[in-house]
Design a binder for this molecule. Structure first.
Ligand SMILES: NC(=O)C1=CN([C@@H]2O[C@H](COP(=O)(O)OP(=O)(O)OC[C@H]3O[C@@H](n4cnc5c(N)ncnc54)[C@H](O)[C@@H]3O)[C@@H](O)[C@H]2O)[C@@H](O)CC1
Ligand SMILES: [K+]
Length: 507
């Protein structure tokens, strides 16, 4: 699903309003919001809307008008607000439906005890810093301690950049109307988003054509399920996906084991591991179904030949985890990546070695999976501040054409055509070896025929879900092996309601 800038959303809104009428759109938005109210309401208190003078405020009226759950409903708004025709319609319907209307300003005491507060102060046209009236409403909401469902965006966040004001709503959930706003997916605003839902209300990506390209996308559950390859009945072990893992060293054999496990649990039919002789004993002790082939790392030319010979029977390569930073491993990495025609996912040590020869890999079928530190080095442009991740990854991919997966709380995956924001994951993944599992999973997806960008975004999404599944089983102390083991369960996607899509849960 497209994650939009404010400018893209305005274009989409305008076209949808011209087609369907603003009143109908706001009624649809209200109906979708109303469906979420009971999910997030706690206790016996009222549902309280706080409405700004714009259409975001209109959504608060529309939601309370549409809500049929039997709770008391109150809305705070400006009785003298001019507002759009849609906002008037919503306000009128709220009144008829028995919603109690009270004038702004609202103080925290009035909101304390609410079962749920609907934040309709500002939406996609919010600008920071907040004006005094909006800031006062946000301060009251924040001080009340009540649970908040944010309408479109949490007020006080910048809808495109994810910057936050001194006064900001921290929501338990946010419901995006039309399309999710980029800012709600980006730090620091993401902390305020809570769970993220989207009600598409009939809006169309095409209406933003040409505005703020290349587009950003966020994977939703149905799109993820559609990306996962399905094994054909007539498959054999090689056609089911045969990744070659080039990883491990005497010092770090575990990286190769975890990468192989990630590949295997992602559904590969035949996993081959090529590793230096010093890692062989540890690998053979831990890998049973996988084939281990060794090479002499002190003879890089022969090692490259051994590995390239193996590629004849493989369909993708993962290279880098645990290989180390020696000149010999540099020669092996560049010899293999430069000498193969197979798609490659490169991680860890391989990123270090490839950094010196990026020009050779321009637009190659290659995925790199750096964390922020590795990205700083490979991009050649130094440390990446949290708020410049999106711009920096775009700059790098526009320059090199290399599909890049930049790890972080919101992992970014960029190709020349688009930037993808991965919404899944948990801090349980912040533990050694989980990146090796991800690399292995991506290798399998490449081996099963996904394009590099699709393998990267499906892999990131899947791995994030697997982290959450592993945490749900273990509660704490998740290790990388648990994440590999959870890939199967994490591949299951419950049927989705296309009118109300859950993009991520709070975590
Ligand atoms: N237009 C449509 O077709 C739809 C709009 N919807 C809702 O409408 C919202 C957008 O409504 P609006 O366009 O009325 O905009 P907002 O409700 O976001 O903002 C209201 C007004 O406040 C002004 N404002 C924002 N920040 C300010 C600041 N710091 N100081 C002074 N003024 C400031 C804006 O310029 C705008 O005129 C969406 O976020 C969504 O909730 C939905 O109902 C779906 C359909
Ligand atoms: K809002």
């Amino acid at each position: 699903m497209r994650a939009v800038t404010a400018a893209q959303m305005r274009a989409i809104d305008a076209a949808a309003a011209a087609r369907d009428g603003e009143v109908a759109l706001m009624r649809a938005a209200g109906a979708a919001i109303a469906r979420l109210i009971d999910r997030y309401a706690h206790g016996d208190g009222p549902i309280v809307g706080v409405a700004g003078n714009g259409n975001n405020g209109g959504d608060a009226y529309a939601a309370l008008a549409a809500y049929a759950g039997g709770r008391r409903r109150i809305v705070y708004g400006d009785p003298a607000a001019e507002g759009s025709r849609a906002r008037h319609d919503a306000r009128w319907r709220a009144r008829i439906a028995g919603v109690e209307e009270r004038p702004l300003p609202v103080d925290a005491n009035a909101l304390r005890g609410a079962a749920l507060v609907l934040d309709g102060v500002l939406g996609v046209n919010a600008r920071l810093p907040l004006d005094a009236r909006s800031a006062a409403a946000v301060a009251a909401i924040a001080a009340s301690g009540a649970a908040v469902l944010a309408l479109d965006i949490p007020t006080g966040t910048e809808p495109t950049t994810g910057a936050v004001d001194a006064h900001v709503v921290r929501a338990v959930a946010t419901i995006a109307l039309g399309r999710p706003k980029l800012g709600t997916l980006l730090d620091p605003a993401r902390d305020c988003t809570g769970a993220l839902w989207c009600a598409p209300i009939g809006m169309r990506d095409a209406d933003a054509a040409g505005v703020d390209d290349p587009p950003a996308e966020v994977l939703d559950p149905a799109a993820f399920a559609a990306l996962l390859p399905v094994r054909a009945d007539e498959s054999d072990k090689r056609s089911s996906g045969a990744p070659l893992i080039v990883a491990g060293s005497t010092q770090f054999p575990g990286a190769a084991v975890l990468c192989a496990w990630g590949a295997a649990r992602a559904g590969a039919g035949y996993v081959t591991v090529a590793a230096p002789e010093g890692a062989a004993a540890a690998l053979r002790a831990h890998l049973v179904e996988q084939v281990v082939v060794t090479y002499d790392e002190r003879d890089p030319a022969a090692a490259v030949q051994t590995i390239l010979d193996l590629t004849n029977r493989c369909s993708a390569i993962a290279i880098g985890p645990g290989l180390g930073l020696s000149d010999d491993s540099a020669a092996i990495v560049n010899g293999v990546v430069g000498g193969t025609t197979l798609p490659v996912v490169a991680d860890a040590s391989a990123l270090y070695h490839l950094a010196k020869r990026l020009d050779a890999y321009r637009d190659a079928p290659l995925v790199i999976t750096p964390h922020a530190g590795e990205f700083a080095r490979i991009s050649g442009k130094g440390t990446v501040a949290p708020d410049e991740r999106l711009a920096r990854v775009r700059e790098f991919v526009d320059r090199t054409g290399i599909v890049t997966l930049l790890k972080g709380r919101t992992t970014l995956i960029a190709s020349r055509d688009a930037t993808h924001l991965n919404p899944t994951g948990t801090n349980a993944l912040a533990t050694a070896g989980t990146g090796d599992v991800l690399t292995g999973a991506i290798a399998t997806l490449l081996a099963q025929g996904l394009a590099p960008v699709d393998a990267a975004r499906a892999g990131a999404y899947w791995h994030g879900r697997a982290g959450s599944v592993a945490l749900a089983h273990r509660h704490r102390g998740v290790v990388a092996r648990d994440v590999a083991e959870a890939l199967g369960e994490a591949s299951l996607v419950a049927p989705q309601d296309p009118e109300l899509i859950r993009l991520f849960s709070s975590r």
